[in-house]
Design a protein around this ligand. Structure first.
Ligand SMILES: Cc1ncc(COP(=O)(O)O)c(C=O)c1O
Length: 323
């Protein structure tokens, strides 16, 4: 559980999130789902962890001068974590984000002191559906600003700090909190950092723990399928990028697919039945875990991350037109 001592800043409140067994959602199901509530981090997502690790790794390697500038491409959550960490440590932070991501995220980063640069989506794209093509445009702008300002690029797709945050903390915390009682882990991949770090920690503990990458239906390129529906609604990942540098293929035991509707319905069930108010990708993780329990993993325990807060999607259709 969370530390009871006095903390010197909100950075120290990152991590040590609780794990809850989803007993209501799994009523009548043979097996158990454990959910780690990452939305209880100060920036309301798991990405606070990587923000802290990437910045502290850069400091340890003398890559960041006092008062230096940090730039990152973000779907909002990493940027929020970086805004918190940089603000407290006295760095300037520039967040580069697609206009396709929800506006709560841009407003929150600004409130935390970040400079937010919004990049238009490709012509014909739909807000809320950010594709790999949209991200390529954001990447171009992030690279240009980094070069122009002589900044440190947090580079969540490549920096080992993304992997290390989950390998050193999220995974080991999960093992400790569950008493090592995990048979499988499934995780919706964006950069793949959470999957890679947790899977490495889990497999080091017990190589029999099976780890599954979760992808959007119609954009399961890591599983080797064509990207027929890259404009899905599961924000934060599923970018249809076939090469994710942080992923270790030897740690992937399989791939699972979740549709927009399945992710949305499960996020709504999480809220109503378990009191867990989370976003699309958390719904995707739990929907994938239920698939495992009803097929290959009957009677076993599946671990997932609850990635971010449902508050980040109040302007989207995630909570719209509820019956
Ligand atoms: C809401 C949400 N879900 C899932 C992910 C994917 O996590 P990862 O980049 O560790 O694969 C992200 C990443 O930004 C995210 O913001």
């Amino acid at each position: 559980m969370r530390q009871s001592r006095l903390l010197s800043s909100a950075i120290e409140a990152i991590g040590e999130t609780p794990v809850v067994e989803l007993t209501r959602l799994t009523r009548g199901v043979d097996g158990c789902i454990l959910a780690k509530l990452e939305y209880l981090n100060p920036g309301f997502s798991k990405k606070d962890r990587i923000a802290r690790q990437i910045i502290e790794d850069a400091e340890a390697q003398d890559l960041l001068a006092p008062g230096g500038i940090v730039v990152e491409l973000t779907s909002g959550n990493t940027g929020t974590g970086l805004a918190i960490v940089c603000g407290i440590k006295g760095y300037r932070f520039v967040a580069v984000m697609s206009r396709g991501n929800s506006m709560e995220r841009a407003r929150m980063m600004s409130a935390l002191g970040a400079e937010v640069v919004l990049v238009d989506q490709l012509p014909g794209s739909i807000p809320g559906q950010v594709s790999g093509g949209d991200l390529a445009l954001v990447e171009e702008v992030a690279q240009r600003i980094t070069a122009e300002r002589g900044a440190f690029r947090a580079d969540q797709f490549r920096q080992p700090g993304n992997f290390r945050a989950h390998y050193l903390h999220t995974g080991p915390e999960y093992l400790r909190q569950s008493g090592g009682r995990i048979d499988a882990f499934c995780d919706f991949a964006g950069t793949g950092g959470s999957f890679a770090g947790c899977a490495a920690a889990f497999k080091e503990h017990d190589p029999a723990i099976q780890c599954f990458v979760v992808e959007p239906e119609g954009a399961a390129v890591l599983a080797g399928e064509p990207a027929e529906h890259p404009n899905h609604r599961i924000q934060g990942g599923g970018y249809a990028m076939p090469d994710l540098p942080l992923l270790r293929p030897g740690h992937i035991d399989g791939y699972l697919k979740v549709s927009d509707e399945e992710a949305i319905l499960m996020a709504r069930r999480l809220a109503r039945e378990e009191g867990i108010f989370a976003g699309f990708s958390s719904g995707a993780n739990v929907a994938a875990a239920l698939k495992l329990l009803s097929t290959t993993h009957k009677g076993l325990t599946v671990a997932v991350l609850i990635n971010d807060s449902g508050l980040k999607y109040l302007s989207t259709d995630l909570w719209g037109n509820l019956p």
